[in-house]
Design a binder for this molecule. Sequence first.
Ligand SMILES: *Cc1c(COP(=O)(O)O)cnc(C)c1O
Length: 233
Amino acid sequence: MTAAPVSVVHNLANVRERIERAASRVGRNAGDLTLVAVSKAQPAEKIAELYEAGIRHFGENKVQERESKTPRLGGLDITWHMIGHLQKNKAARSVVLFHTVDSVDSMVLAKKLNHHSSENRLRVLIEVKLDPEPAKSGVASEELARVAEGILRLPHLNVCGLMGVPPYFDDPEEVRPYFRRLRELRDELASRFGSTTLPVLSMGMSHDFEAAIEEGATEVRIGTALFGERQKA
Ligand SMILES: *Cc1c(COP(=O)(O)O)cnc(C)c1O
């Protein structure tokens, strides 16, 4: 006998409850948080189910995969987040397919996006490198102030905040200092460039989003806790 598949709607209720509890522990309002459902390697049908249940923000990490979901989901009022490393030659396509690029990790990429955005002022977040692993992307924290200053000057980008992916630890408490660090980096930029710049902090995934919320996340990016395991490529 195989167990009945757990529905994404059931998972959503569970995640929402955990978000609410984490927010209330630190006196925050869960209504101020954006839940980005990370739908990479998940079928369009499940995305449609979550949409039916009220989710409007979805995150993908590949331009082509996002594009492949248009036939089924194109008519829906979804805010699509690009959350993966974006190759510069895909910048033109991505400004058409995504409403926000949360993973801007270089000045060169920012300039390309700016070039292709023209009138609509693409929303972006600057991805900060939190994981020391060389293969991981993001702007190094030592370079952040300089890069942020340059990106903030680009007229066709609406820079809203920072995003980060910490290294993986089984114990979310070990991830907490990385979240705190990202928040501090944001606060430093805010005191430098104006207190209302960069209100968004995108941090926290399925296994550590509660700690991220306690440390000030305004957006959490949750995949497997909502959808279950991803499909193999
Ligand atoms: C895949 C991914 C997530 C979601 O990961 P889960 O552990 O499935 O919640 C969040 N952020 C980024 C950048 C990702 O690539």
